[in-house]
Ligand binder design. Structure first.
Ligand SMILES: [Mg+2]
Ligand SMILES: [Zn+2]
Length: 192
């Protein structure tokens, strides 16, 4: 089933990004409205999957235990909104490792497709960097940019491929998606 998948980048989309990487659960801070937006997408029938570059692993800035603790915190905070992440796929490599999974490579999309038995064709994929947009396009998914994280800079840079929709943040992007897919807009009782 394609129709109900929603792919998200993590840093700069769900939580604040940092030029120094997010390396520990104490550094992980949700962006306003992002967890409510994921929960809202879940309740409209979307299975939400995260695909993210986590080169802090390959650079030795954090361990897999640190990354697991970050994801546990994300899951815990999200659960307070009734939301759920179906799977986390991440690239642990450094840019010069020349792997195929680091976005803009499409390895994470292939891994998702393989492990979940899903087709990523046309699946909305929300990110904040050109590498997110390019990976989504190369994988046949449908890229969407948010202005949080690096998104506003990318929008201003003129490098964003034509036709990619841009929204202020994850909440706005999810609202647009649900409106388009026929869910009742604004039916969320709490506008977190
Ligand atoms: Mg990002
Ligand atoms: Zn990789």
């Amino acid at each position: 089933m394609n129709a109900n998948l929603l792919i998200l980048d993590r840093d700069g989309v769900i939580n604040a990004d940092s030029p120094d990487h997010i390396k520990s659960e104490s550094e992980w801070k949700a962006l306003p409205g992002s967890l409510g937006a994921i929960s809202r997408a879940n309740r409209a029938g979307y299975r939400v999957v995260i695909l993210s570059n986590q080169s802090a692993l390959g650079r030795g800035f954090m361990t897999i235990e640190d990354l697991n603790a970050i994801h546990q915190k994300l899951v815990l905070h999200l659960s307070q909104f009734g939301g759920n992440i179906e799977a986390f796929f991440f690239c642990p490599h450094k840019p010069d490792d020349n792997c195929t999974c680091r976005k803009p490579g499409t390895g994470l999309y292939r891994e998702l497709a393989h492990r979940l038995g899903a087709n990523v064709s046309g699946v909305p994929s929300i990110g904040d960097k050109l590498s997110d947009i390019e990976a989504a396009q190369a994988a046949g998914a449908r890229p969407v940019l948010v202005r949080t994280g690096n998104g506003r800079d990318l929008e201003k840079s003129g490098k964003l491929p034509a036709g990619v929709p841009v929204h202020d943040d994850l909440r706005a992007a999810v609202e647009a998606l649900l409106t388009e897919s026929g869910a009742r807009p604004g039916s969320d009782p709490a506008q977190y």
